[in-house]
Design a protein around this ligand. Structure first.
Ligand SMILES: Nc1ncnc2c1ncn2[C@@H]1O[C@H](COP(=O)(O)OP(=O)(O)O)[C@@H](O)[C@H]1O
Ligand SMILES: [Mg+2]
Length: 265
């Protein structure tokens, strides 16, 4: 792999004496769509927030390309987008006006602003909703607007924390394929979720168990690794597993060599 879009070296998080994330080495390429899975409380949001530079780690370093996050200028920081789990879209503006307003706050203006707004509306398939007030949208549509807002800044790496929470399975499918589209052209997308039907769109699945990395690899490999017909079924088995043993089992697997060790610069 060439220079990764985003990577972490020895990233670990503690709160007092409690270890929230065990030391992790991760590297993701440009254009990769990565799902971060695991039971509630396993550290998904913490991992995404650290990778996005919204939370400082207790140890280790995160690099955007080859640059440590703490050395980025505010302009370079805009290359990282983050959509939190809770809605960030408030108020009663129309979708297009809300986006225009956000774009203006980001320093866009004139034709560039108009074009960028049209572009993100198209990309998130919000054309038919463009004149609807944001407080009249469904949860899934509002999530698309939150993502569209982040995309106005043209981030290279975009984090979505549990964006599919509350979507029914049919909507989840179409949402996942829109996300897959966002990766075309080289954007890296990391999305956390605790339940998910449609994993086929993902390039890589990362599974955390109580802060331990217990799997990283393509979704199909995940099915083989956990010996389940669908990744929604791994959780039942995980409840009985010792996180440290599960981590050690993965560290000894060929997948670890390929997707973790083999990617560590
Ligand atoms: N500031 C904090 N202090 C102590 N514990 C925390 C703090 N923030 C999160 N945690 C704990 O860290 C663990 C991981 O949390 P989180 O990353 O939100 O998990 P997830 O997103 O997978 O549900 C949880 O057990 C949570 O209770
Ligand atoms: Mg979370």
């Amino acid at each position: 792999m060439g220079t990764p879009a985003i990577s972490a070296k020895g990233l670990a998080v503690k709160a007092g004496r409690t270890v929230i994330l065990q030391p992790l080495n991760l590297s993701f390429s440009s254009g990769e769509f990565v799902g971060v899975l695991g039971p509630s409380g396993c550290g998904k949001s913490t991992l995404l927030r650290c990778l996005a530079g919204l939370q400082s780690a207790s140890q280790g370093q995160v690099l955007l390309g080859q640059r440590p996050l703490e050395q980025l200028s505010s302009e370079e920081r805009r290359k990282i987008g983050f959509v939190p789990q809770d809605d960030v879209v408030h108020g009663s503006l129309r979708v297009d006006r809300a986006l225009t307003y956000t774009g203006r706050l980001m320093g866009l203006q004139g034709d560039e602003l108009t074009n960028r707004v049209t572009q993100v509306i198209d990309l998130l398939e919000l054309q038919e909703r463009r004149t609807v007030r944001t407080d009249r949208l469904s949860g899934g549509q509002r999530k698309r607007v939150s993502i569209a807002m982040e995309l106005l800044g043209e981030p290279q790496v975009l984090f979505l924390d549990e964006p599919t929470a509350g979507l029914d399975p049919a909507l989840e499918d179409s949402f996942m394929s829109s996300c897959q589209k966002l990766c075309r052209g080289g954007r890296t997308l990391l999305m956390s979720t605790h339940v998910m039907q449609s994993l086929d769109c993902l390039d890589l699945v990362l599974v955390l168990l109580k802060g331990h990395l217990i799997f990283l690899g393509p979704p199909q490999e995940g099915l083989r690794y956990f010996q389940v017909p669908s990744l929604t079924m791994i959780y039942k088995g995980l409840a009985q597993q010792d996180p440290l043993q599960a981590q050690q089992r993965f560290a000894a697997s060929p997948l670890y060599q390929t997707y973790v060790a083999g990617r560590t610069p």
